[in-house]
Design a protein around this ligand. Structure first.
Ligand SMILES: *[C@@H]1O[C@H](CO)[C@@H](O)[C@H](O)[C@H]1NC(C)=O
Ligand SMILES: *[C@@H]1O[C@H](CO)[C@@H](O)[C@H](O)[C@H]1NC(C)=O
Ligand SMILES: *[C@@H]1O[C@H](CO)[C@@H](O)[C@H](O)[C@H]1NC(C)=O
Ligand SMILES: *[C@@H]1O[C@H](CO)[C@@H](O)[C@H](O)[C@H]1NC(C)=O
Length: 452
């Protein structure tokens, strides 16, 4: 029994094959004798052409299998504002027409001929994301093989909607979908398959895309979930096209100049705080940065808030902050040299502790004594301001008796001025350090965000 199975199976197989072959031989639908001498006789195809309005099937409960492949030949544009990806692809559809068959042996070995597609039934395979009118050229041809397999290729400029995320611009990757599906035919009528493996599609596409434009094709993936609309179930193939932006242009035109300007801004802290140059210099930088932003606005995506805009805003605010700092220090210095207010005790103390090196600690109290003398409390400012014109008045009066007090006052004032100047410089250094810290933190944060 066990030994008998293969023979029985083999016999059955042979029988089936021979029956099929016989059946096949009887059902050549095209009589192609004379094709080589007289060309194709249109009459022999007429019976097929006449049925082009209907799906070519013998048994209507068997769905037509349509195999799909495509070659992405260019990525033309990615529009972040309209969320559109414009690409160019060659779509290839393959299906069988059971009403076409001929015997190549009878036909001088002709195994495929091309036929105008207007004479054939074409499956209505569309890209769901397609957002433009179909501009498929007229008068395309399709190849028909002697077994009735039809190979139809068409070029398509695909404007497809794609969920673009430009947060990471200009280091962004996009994952766009191209969903091939039939509008009309549900799974009972049309089933979709792959004509090529998806890695082959990726490889050929990557070879074909010659241009080194802004976008680079990373890879193509596919998924084949069925789509249900109401009670109908449609077959579909979803291709995920992953593309990456080449950031060189943006690095050269946006990031480098902007970093230069910020660096100069940071370095301009080394201009002496007392000099009149620092503020105008910073204002000029700020102006330059604004002009730069205006000019480079075209390069930025028109919608959304990419990280780079945040980065620019940070740079701008750093520049504004540094300008404010300069104004503040200038004000402090001006105040210190013209009308020094009395220094609060804690500030004085802090100043002494911060500026004097630890080794010359004994000198600190000595130095401090003179300063602390006239600083019994913070409540004194009015008193001091009142006192200041005092000596001047006496000087004007030319009273020689007050010379000593006047000199003491002067020395005290000078000391106060020097203290305030010292304090201003300290503030300048401190704020510069804070500025650098903020700059470093924000740059590191932005870089980390870009790398994730
Ligand atoms: C094919 O057509 C030719 C005439 O064009 C005819 O002589 C021949 O018998 C036909 N062959 C078949 C198998 O019908
Ligand atoms: C059509 O196909 C279905 C399913 O394969 C089968 O049950 C049915 O008998 C076929 N009908 C004919 C007319 O061949
Ligand atoms: C489609 O592809 C499958 C395998 O992937 C193959 O079995 C089938 O014959 C193909 N059909 C057509 C019409 O090319
Ligand atoms: C694109 O997105 C799909 C699903 O959203 C995912 O399966 C696929 O892996 C993604 N492709 C890439 C390259 O990220």
């Amino acid at each position: 029994m066990e030994g008998g199975w293969p023979t029985v199976g083999g016999f059955l197989l042979c029988l089936t094959v021979s029956l099929l072959l016989q059946g096949r031989a009887n059902t050549f639908t095209i009589n192609c004798s004379g094709f080589d001498q007289h060309g194709v006789d249109p009459n022999v195809f007429q019976s097929v052409f006449n049925k082009k309005d209907f799906r070519p099937v013998i048994n209507f409960s068997i769905p037509t299998r349509i195999n799909i492949s495509f070659t992405l030949s260019a990525i033309l544009e990615v529009d972040a504002q309209l969320q559109l990806l414009t690409s160019f692809l060659w779509l290839k559809l393959v299906w069988d027409n059971p009403f076409i068959s001929w015997n190549p042996e009878e036909c001088e070995g002709i195994s495929k001929i091309s036929v105008a597609t207007k004479n054939l039934w074409l499956p209505d395979i569309f890209i769901t994301e397609f957002m433009d009118v179909d501009k498929t050229p007229k008068g395309l041809k399709a190849f028909i093989s002697n077994e009735g397999r039809i190979r139809y290729k068409k070029p398509m400029k695909v404007v497809s909607i794609c969920n673009l995320n430009i947060f990471y611009f200009p280091f962004d990757q996009q994952n766009c979908t191209l969903t091939f599906s039939s509008f009309l035919y549900t799974v009972e009528y049309i089933s979709l398959g792959m004509e090529k493996e998806v890695w082959e599609i990726t490889d050929t596409s990557q070879d074909i895309i010659q241009t080194h434009g802004e976008w680079e094709l990373l890879g193509i993936n596919k998924a084949t979930p069925k789509k249900s609309v109401g009670t109908n179930l449609y077959d579909q193939i979803i291709f995920y096209v992953a593309i990456r932006r080449r950031p060189k242009l943006y690095i050269m035109n946006l990031l480098v100049p902007s970093s230069f300007l910020v660096t100069i801004d940071a370095l301009s802290f080394y201009l002496p705080a007392g000099s009149q140059n620092r503020a105008p210099f910073k204002i000029t930088l700020l102006l330059g940065y604004n002009v730069f932003l205006l000019m480079m606005n075209d390069l930025l995506p028109a919608s959304g808030t990419p990280l780079i805009s945040v980065y620019f805003a940070l740079c701008l605010s750093l520049m504004v902050l540094s300008l404010l700092e300069t104004i503040f220090i200038s004000y402090l210095l001006h105040l210190a040299t013209t009308q020094p207010p009395p220094m609060p005790r804690w500030l004085h103390f802090l100043l002494l502790h911060c500026t004097s090196p630890r080794t010359c600690c004994p000198a600190v109290p000595q130095k401090g004594n003179t300063g602390l003398d006239h600083l019994p409390g913070v409540k004194e400012p009015m008193e001091l301001v009142g006192k200041l014109p005092g000596p001047r008045e006496t000087e004007l009066n030319g009273c020689p008796g007050s010379t000593r007090a006047q000199q003491e006052d002067k020395a005290q004032k000078q000391h106060l001025v020097s203290l305030w100047v010292q304090f201003s410089h300290m503030m300048d250094t401190l704020l510069f350090c804070l500025y650098l810290l903020f700059l470093a933190t924000s740059i590191v944060t932005v870089i980390i965000l870009w790398n994730t």
